[in-house]
Every structure is written in C-alpha cells, then in structure tokens.
Design a protein around this ligand. Structure first.
Ligand SMILES: [Zn+2]
Length: 244
C-alpha cells in the first residue's frame, strides 16, 4: 500500500469523542462527522469554503489523502464539495446518473480505499432522482430507453423490484431503497471493500439529500452499528444496517 498516511486526510488533529460515552470515535466515524459538520454549515448558510485557496492548492499538488469517497448521483444540484463544504484534496468523487455502480465505479472506489487509504465511502442519493424516475417510467410504459441510458435504467430495476415487493410506492422512499441497494452492491461486488469494512479500516454509509433543504440523512450503513452522526443535532447515532 502506497498510502503515506496523515490520518487519511482528516482535517485537524483534534480527537473527536462520542459525547454520550466519551469514547474516541473510529477514523471512519470521524470522517463521517467531518462531512456532516460541513453539510450543516452549508444548510445553515455559513460555509467556510475550506481548502479552496491557492496555498492549499499548492500544498496538495504532490499527493492526495481524501478522507471520504463520494459515490453520488450526477445530478447538477448535488456537487459534493459544495454540499459538504469541503475543498481540494478532501473528497474522492465518483458520479453516475442514479449512483449506479458498474465496474469502473467499483474500481475507482477500490483505488481510493486501498491505494489512498480513504476511511469512508458515502453513497449520495437525493429526492426526485431522475434516474429512478426514468426507470419507473420505463417499467410503467414497457418501453426501454434508447442508447446507453438503458444501462442506467437496468441498474435501477433491482431497487424498483424490491420496492414493489415491500409495497413501497413513494418516489423518495424508493430512492432510499435504491441508496441502500447501491451500498449493498458496493459491498457485494467488491471483496476488497468488504474486507476493509470487516477490518475496521473503512465504513460505507448511504445518505439521502434533500434538494430544497440541502440536508443529508443516513439511510443505510456498514458495518452494522456504525456510529453515524445525526445531521440535525450533531449527536452520534446509528443508521439502519445494510443487508448484504
Ligand atoms: Zn439523481
């Protein structure tokens, strides 16, 4: 592993502890807490725009140590560095329509986790996702989309089938299922990532973003019991475990 290690790029050196137990949080949880802190600044209209100046640009030119991988939807309103109030070198971002996770996405995630030593993978979905809506439309009309859009729709279909089996009909509830499905796809298709999670070196969290409010909400996580942070209060809690 060529990671040269400076705590995985986590900003600051202060220890973050669980306010309830006083225990020091794991590196994946610290990374998640850092993301949530940035999202809260963004939601509150008080962003700091960290690590976006010329000095930092020069400082990170020789190497990167991002503290989180973002596997997000390509939607133009979902720019990771903006909604998490971060800057250059902080986030390793992979985006596809509907955060569908094919081989290139899996390879990119594995690169960040194994070569760069990134301790957190976040699947970032959102309400009113066009990819989920397109898949739903395709099923409803019985017509396959033209060109390569069919590949996106095909990747969303398992989530639609699960939603139907669970009697879920609301588009944003289906989005939550699709986010959890992407978390499970990453873990199920990448033994490298699953090993990193089992070894405590990495965690995977699926979050749903609200376009109007700008806030994220955790919907699935691995390992089970991973300590996430409640975005509204900043307190430590646990997301529903992903079912792999
Ligand atoms: Zn989307």
């Amino acid at each position: 592993m060529s990671h040269t290690g400076n705590s995985g790029g986590l900003p600051g050196s202060q220890r973050i502890t669980d306010p309830a137990s006083g225990d020091q949080l794991s590196e994946p949880t610290r990374a998640y807490a850092e993301l949530i802190a940035g999202n809260r600044r963004f939601v509150g209209g008080v962003p700091r725009h960290p690590n976006q100046d010329a000095g930092h640009r020069a400082a990170v030119a020789d190497g990167q140590h991002p503290f989180a991988v973002i596997v997000g939807c390509s939607d133009s309103r979902l720019a990771a560095e903006i909604i998490f109030d971060r800057g250059l070198g902080d986030l390793f971002v992979v985006r596809t329509a509907g955060h569908t996770a094919g081989p290139e996405v899996l390879g990119s995630v594995e690169y960040a986790v194994t070569v760069l030593g990134t301790p957190l993978v976040v699947v970032l979905g959102h309400d009113s996702c066009g990819a989920v809506q397109a898949a739903r439309e395709s099923v409803a009309t019985g017509t396959a989309p033209s060109g390569h859009l069919g590949a996106v729709v095909d990747s969303v279909l398992p989530s639609l089938r699960r939603a139907e089996a669970e009697g879920v009909d609301d588009i944003n509830d289906i989005v939550d299922i699709h986010i959890a499905h992407t978390v499970e796809t990453l873990l199920g298709q990448s033994p490298v990532l699953a090993d990193a999670v089992a070894g405590g070196r990495c965690a995977v969290v699926g979050v749903s973003y609200r376009l109007a409010a700008g806030a994220v909400r955790p919907v699935a996580a691995a390992p089970a019991g991973f300590a996430t942070v409640d975005p509204s209060t900043g307190s430590v809690e646990s997301a529903a475990p992903a079912t792999v």
